[in-house]
Design a binder for this molecule. Structure first.
Ligand SMILES: Cc1ncc(COP(=O)(O)O)c(C=O)c1O
Length: 385
């Protein structure tokens, strides 16, 4: 008899990783690929972080840290809230995690029980849905539209609550895949909605710092009950260092600490020591954001010439989410053709919205401006061809 395999492990793959694999195979066969699929900065960690890591490699024993993270780093993160947002956050509420991905595990496990229902916008980052499912928590998709800026609204939440209670809401502003943001009024309305209906808000703020029309609001400015999640992976350009953080409400602190001790022991020590220096590297990091802004401007001008004219308003992050319903009703096959025939790797919308993603694709513009210009030219040539 075959050995048992668990039903909860049977979650959807993260399709963008599969696109990355197809792109890597094409590159191995000697063909070029222009990368618009990868949701990570085209740059490495800032200089100050690398210097700090080099010194730590020589001088430090690099054992475990305490589970909640290095005290110096927790303090540096708390100072970041004061300096960047003007919000006072006690360092005791800051928990350092293994990427924001580690923070999702700790949040979902501490705040929700199996069979609880957690609402989230579709389209949205696929791992929220897939991690919730693996934990036996029900993801409830809010079918947001471009008119809602692909963000949750009270009306969508009312509809979801009409079926059964909702215990949590995940928001991301700027969002992945659309890059759209909640303005302050809309953010406050959602915070208030959650308060009135006993819904735990989880605010994924991983794209903060990469915005094109003013700064994003942090949920920490409006609520001490919200779980705030952030990461060194995007603005700080430290994707592979696997480091993130969360601001934890007082009532969840003990549970998060016990879970972190048991699941992870501690986040990576070398990364934690080096990340303290990241908050001194804003000049270099702002130059990265200026490059994203230039790429975005160029693509907003050039993609419509290649037939990709239905673009969600991209307020932040490094994505453009395009409605390609006039070109295909199978975005996976469409992306495969773009890779094979134009040599450009693009992510199909089905990764982000199982129901409607077949008519959307996501362009990431995190690589160099030169590569993004080549990609725009290749897409136009392909469409003209
Ligand atoms: C919206 C969003 N949240 C979280 C993550 C995970 O990031 P990490 O675990 O590297 O912090 C990503 C990665 O692309 C993302 O797009």
């Amino acid at each position: 008899m075959p050995l048992k395999t668990a039903a909860r492990g049977r979650i959807s793959p993260f399709i963008v990783m599969e696109v990355m694999r197809a792109a890597a195979e094409r590159e191995k066969s000697g063909a070029d690929v222009l990368h618009m699929e990868v949701g990570q900065p085209g740059t490495g960690a800032p200089r100050g972080v690398i210097d700090a890591a080099r010194a730590a490699l020589c001088d430090h024993r690099l054992g475990y840290t305490v589970a909640l993270g290095l005290p110096e780093l927790r303090q540096a993160i708390a100072r970041h809230y004061r300096d960047y947002y003007g919000v006072m956050v006690p360092a005791e509420r800051v928990v350092v995690t293994t990427g924001s991905s580690g923070a999702f595990m700790l949040s979902f496990l501490s705040a929700f029980d199996p069979e609880d229902r957690v609402a989230l916008a579709a389209p949205g980052y696929p791992c929220y849905r897939n991690i919730l499912s693996a934990l036996g928590i029900e993801p409830v998709s809010l079918m947001s539209t471009v008119e809602d800026r692909f963000q949750p609204t009270p009306a969508l939440l009312d509809r979801a609550r009409a079926d059964a209670p909702i215990h949590g809401l995940i928001i991301a502003s700027p969002s992945n895949p659309a890059g759209t943001m909640l303005d302050t009024a809309a953010f406050r309305i959602l915070i208030d909605y959650c308060r009135r209906h006993d819904i735990r808000l989880i605010s994924d703020e991983i794209y903060h710092g990469i915005t094109y029309r003013g700064r994003a609001d942090t949920a920490a400015a409006f609520s001490d009950d919200a779980i705030v999640i952030n990461s060194f992976s995007k603005y700080f350009s430290m994707t592979g260092w696997r480091l993130g953080w969360m601001l934890v409400p007082a009532d969840l602190m003990r549970a998060v600490e016990s879970l972190a001790q048991n699941f992870f022991i501690s986040p990576p020590t070398l990364s934690q020591i080096a990340a303290v220096a990241a908050f001194e590297c804003h000049d270099e990091l702002r130059a990265n954001v200026a490059r994203y802004a230039a790429n975005r401007e160029m693509l907003l001008r050039e993609l419509p010439k290649a037939g990709f004219s239905e673009l969600a308003p991209s307020d932040g992050a490094f994505y453009l989410y395009a409605d390609v319903g006039h070109l295909t009703n199978d975005s996976e096959a469409f992306c495969r053709r773009i890779l094979d025939e134009a040599g450009v790797a693009v992510t199909p919308g089905v990764d982000f919205d199982a129901a409607r993603g077949n008519r959307f694709v996501r362009f990431s513009f995190a690589e160099s401006t030169e590569d993004m210009e080549k990609a725009a030219t290749a897409l136009k040539a392909w469409r003209d061809g």
